[in-house]
Design a protein. Structure first.
Length: 647
């Protein structure tokens, strides 16, 4: 048999797929899968989810008129094949690299990305908004709106809120449920495919429409009974009763890797002329078509660079344990001493280190799914009954539960402990995952205790401190990546609430740092000392309550006071400034410089490069200090060899 002529090279945009036969589309899917594997082997990223939707991606773009038809992907982990087919193949190996393609969909990147996605469960809401806008504008011919959402994202309440609204709106919307883990479907096979094709066909829908119109001539009670009977009949056959009850016309389940099943059903849905929202249920396999991914427990969800032949991932040189692992170690130590301690996460047990805690205390570990709002209020409920809940959620994801933090925890002064992983700038995941708002959004809450360790040893102490706070909520934030290599105690030592520490004594400049920026402050102090300016470095430890005694001491005995944090303006530095203003420190000539992130989103890059872009390095501290001291002429020539930490 002669070798097949490659097809992927001929596809520049999705329109090029629409002239290909079903057999050619199958070949294209094979090539697209190979290209995706090869790409991620070079860049790292989210491989398993992308491999699971290769055929679905090909089928959607072959059937629908994208970008006129709007295609919204939930989360974005699965969009690498989509990017390759939508004019970005020549840049695909810049994925997640400095200046390269985002790991998620992004409106500014391509017209084929009508909605940016990185946090889950948003696609149905966004899609419904687009569909309603289309109807209000009276567009003809009517464009399709397709939202692809994974089964894991369906654990978030937002998805059901959107479906409930869509079911009542009468705006035509197609939702594709990509079921790759929940196993909510009955067996998928030829009969299921046949039924799905039948109930999505024009003839069936026309007959159904006729029956609906006839039923309207019946008494109202009979009309309702007939409609319910039709819904349940299809629900029994297909398993879609839940979605029918939400007002969707359910089709499926079908094999999401079989183009002979996907293509005719998608064409039927494309040509459907009703105003009813439709849910197509497809069943796929994460990591499909790549044996190492299929055999992996996490299906290669997120991988580093790897060997395509063996699947072996590149290993970083041995180094200190990550902050995540240190948190798990500290929490286990506290839980061994306190049986009331429980741990809660929102679908991130390994990402937060709670998988290790769960191995030790399975009955005291709770993964509530992608449901941060529920996680927070669930923790609040446990706190009312005397438990000591630690709610471990990435800083960026805790934003999704802000009302619950305020209303269900803070107002009631409940001792829920928030462990915020991935605080600060996070590297390749970029602005969507940066944990840079937490200091501002938690520090303004009455009664909240907010801590930030400067290193992994202090993280142990943070956990120990939170464990003994039983009269109010508390939170502590820590960065992504490794610690600096300090020896760790068996168990942390609780801090005195609201007290920082002096790390180095000086007399001219004071640098008050929060979190890992303490080590940048120490490097800056060395540089300033070399220039003849004696510098104090203090570790704030607490954003709230502030160590006002320490702040007053620094303000009284130094010409310049600099604060530095890896959060947005309005956080720690703003709180210090507020205190200084009311104590009259500025009236006595104190020169104050709060260093925080600039007022813009910082794109994906290495963490060190992001800090340089943000102006939060040791070199920047030196420059601001010299300028404040009246030496602007030398501030721009600070020593270029100052090391930038890897946190």
């Amino acid at each position: 048999m002669p070798p097949r002529t490659p097809l992927l090279d001929r596809v520049k945009i999705p329109a090029d797929l629409r002239n290909l036969s079903a057999e050619q589309l199958r070949q294209l899917a094979d090539e697209l899968r190979a290209e995706t594997i090869d790409t991620v082997s070079v860049t790292g990223g989210h491989l398993g989810a992308s491999l699971g939707v290769v055929e679905l991606t090909v089928a959607i773009h072959a059937v629908f008129d994208t970008p006129r038809d709007r295609l919204i992907w939930d989360v974005g982990h699965q969009t690498y094949p989509h990017k390759i087919l939508t004019g970005r193949r020549d840049r695909i190996r810049t994925l997640r690299q400095p200046g390269g393609l985002s790991g998620f969909t992004r409106r500014s990147e391509s017209e084929y990305d009508p909605f940016g996605a990185a946090h889950s469960s948003t696609s149905i809401s966004a899609g419904l908004g687009m569909a309603v806008a289309r109807d209000l504008k009276g567009e003809t011919p009517q464009r399709n709106v397709i939202a692809v959402i994974g089964d894991g994202a369906m654990s978030a309440g937002m998805a059901y809120e959107a479906m409930n609204n869509a079911g009542a709106s009468k705006s035509r919307l197609i939702v594709i449920l990509n079921d790759n883990d929940m196993s909510i479907a009955p067996p998928v096979g030829a009969m299921s495919a046949y039924l799905s094709r039948l109930i999505s066909s024009r003839s069936f829908l026309s007959l159904r429409d006729f029956a609906v119109r006839m039923a309207k001539r019946f008494p109202r009670q009979l009309e309702r009974t007939a409609k319910r009977a039709e819904e349940y009949a299809r629900g029994i056959l297909t398993g879609g009763t839940l979605f029918e009850e939400l007002g969707f016309y359910y089709v499926g389940p079908i094999d999401g890797h079989n183009l002979d099943h996907l293509l005719p059903v998608l064409r039927n849905l494309r040509d459907f002329e009703g105003d009813e929202p439709i849910l197509l249920h497809v069943v796929t396999q994460k990591g499909k078509g790549y044996a190492p991914a299929e055999a992996s427990g996490d299906k290669y969800h997120a991988v580093s660079k790897f060997n395509v032949i063996t699947g072996e991932q590149a290993k970083a040189p041995p180094g200190p344990p990550s902050y995540t692992k240190v948190f798990a170690k500290a929490l286990i130590a506290e839980a061994e001493a306190n049986p009331a301690i429980v741990a809660i996460t929102a679908a991130m047990p390994s990402g937060t280190g709670l998988d290790a805690f769960g191995n030790k205390f399975p009955a005291r570990t709770f993964d509530v799914g992608i449901a941060e709002q529920h996680a927070v209020t669930f923790a609040a409920g446990m706190a009312t009954e005397g438990m000591a809940p630690f709610c471990a959620i990435y800083s960026t994801f805790l934003q999704r539960a802000y009302d619950q933090v305020i209303h269900d925890v803070a107002i009631q002064s409940l001792p829920v402990r928030f462990a915020m992983d991935r605080a600060g700038l996070v590297g390749a995941d970029g602005a969507t995952h940066a944990g840079v708002f937490d200091l501002a959004y938690l520090g303004c809450l009455p009664g909240m205790v907010v801590m930030a360790p400067s290193d992994e040893a202090e993280l142990m102490d943070c956990v120990a401190t939170a464990a003994i706070i039983d009269d109010r909520p508390s939170a502590f934030r820590y960065p992504r990546g490794e610690g600096i290599g300090l020896e760790l105690p068996a168990r942390g030592t609780p801090w005195q609430i609201g007290r920082g520490r002096i790390v180095r004594e000086g007399s001219s400049v004071a640098i008050l740092a929060l979190g890992p920026r303490v080590y940048d402050a120490l490097k800056a102090a060395d540089e300033l000392a070399a220039r003849g300016f004696s510098t104090t470095v203090a570790d704030a430890r607490f954003m709230k309550p502030l160590d006002t005694g320490l702040i007053d001491q620094l303000a009284r005995h130094h010409e310049v006071l600099i604060t530095i944090e890896d959060g947005v303006a309005g956080g720690f530095g703003a709180a210090v400034a507020h205190h200084l203003a009311w104590t009259g420190a500025f009236d006595h000539g104190l020169r104050f410089r709060p260093m925080a992130l600039p007022d813009r989103f910082i794109d994906h890059n290495s963490p060190a490069a992001q800090l340089i872009e943000a102006g939060l390095t040791a070199k920047d501290i030196v420059s601001h200090a010299l300028t404040a001291l009246g030496h602007a002429e030398i501030a721009g020539n600070t020593h270029s060899s100052i090391a930038i930490p890897a946190q």
